[in-house]
Write a protein that binds this ligand. Structure first.
Ligand code: HSE
Length: 305
């Protein structure tokens, strides 16, 4: 085999109470990425979309992730990657993670599957570091594993896939730009102990709620005193979207990753559609362009098509 195409899903990270350590995969949107073995050494990137991402592999998240894998594998050949992105860069639903993960999963298939999923997460984190200046795995781990994933540690990497009931997400993407690096620079360097206690209590409870399928406990646990109060101010209509979504039946939700997208978890597709409609109604009032999605949680991560 010298060529393979994969589908790489969007992801929601942080999930309100798990900043930098919790995320889940969405069935849609997703990117399609083709990787080929090329006889010439090095990495070549072709963009088959209109996003204008860099084709210099040293400046491209998928390029640096592929480089990390190729260096570790010590391959004598090169890789060519054709990226057909549907996940808008900077949207807050793991666009850079989808690129990096799709590239390394596809390359690994071409190398006969020599790396584990955890090792692939490690390579994909090189892309996150390029995109945001930080080696976090709360998008790349769910992108590769699927479902909900807790990242207990990035160094050494310790990834904990979680059981969860069937859930849906409604996502709204306001067409404004928030750079992850800037959204991270705003965050407090020190956290009051009382707020830290509340956050780790909520994260622990949320994980138990997922595993038990206890949506009421999930709902009570989706609270964050540390990150969202700062970042929420960057997103017009943030509190109104949350209030309208909860009134329409959402389990809970908040900022997706570093924004500007917002997500709401829901028990059924019907509920997610009602929540999406409630989000739409809030945003129509703001005059800001937006897109909305309804998607089930994607259980398997990047897959070959
Ligand atoms: N956990 C990261 C953040 C996700 O919130 O900054 C964005 O890449």
């Amino acid at each position: 085999m010298t060529e393979i195409t994969v589908r790489s899903p969007a992801t929601v990270s942080n999930v309100v109470c798990g900043f930098d350590c919790l995320g889940f995969a969405l069935e849609s949107p997703y990117d399609e990425i083709t990787v080929r073995i090329s006889p010439e050494p090095g990495i070549r990137i072709v963009n088959n979309d209109d996003f204008g991402l860099p084709t210099d592999p040293a400046l491209n998240v998928a390029g640096v992730a592929l480089r990390a894998l190729a260096d570790d594998a010590g391959v004598g050949h090169g890789f060519e990657m054709v990226s057909s992105k549907r996940i808008k860069p900077g949207s807050g639903v793991g666009s850079s993670a989808a690129s990096a993960c799709g590239a390394v999963v596809a390359a690994n298939e071409l190398l006969g599957g020599r790396y584990s999923r955890k090792e692939l997460v490690h390579f994909a984190m090189a892309g996150e570091e390029l995109a945001s200046g930080s080696r976090h795995a709360d998008n790349v781990a769910p992108c590769i594993f699927g479902g909900f994933v807790l990242v207990r540690s990035v160094d050494p990497l310790d990834v904990v896939p979680l059981d969860c009931p069937p859930l849906w997400a409604a996502v709204i993407h306001p067409q404004i730009e928030i750079k992850t690096s800037e959204a991270r620079a705003l965050l407090p360097k020190d956290v009051p102990l009382r707020s830290a206690v509340r956050n780790w209590s909520n994260l622990g409870a949320f994980v138990v709620a997922l595993e038990k399928g206890d949506t009421k406990l999930m709902s009570r646990s989706m609270v964050d005193e540390i990150v969202e109060p700062v970042r929420g101010t960057l997103i017009p209509g943030f509190e109104q979207v949350r209030a309208a979504s909860l009134a329409a039946g959402a389990i809970g939700g908040g900022i997706s990753g570093s924004g500007p997208s917002m997500f709401m978890l829901c028990e059924t597709r019907e509920s997610a559609v009602a929540v999406r409609d409630a989000m739409d109604a809030v945003f129509l009032e703001t005059g800001i362009d937006f897109n909305t999605y309804v998607s089930p949680i994607e259980p398997n991560g990047v897959r070959v098509v």
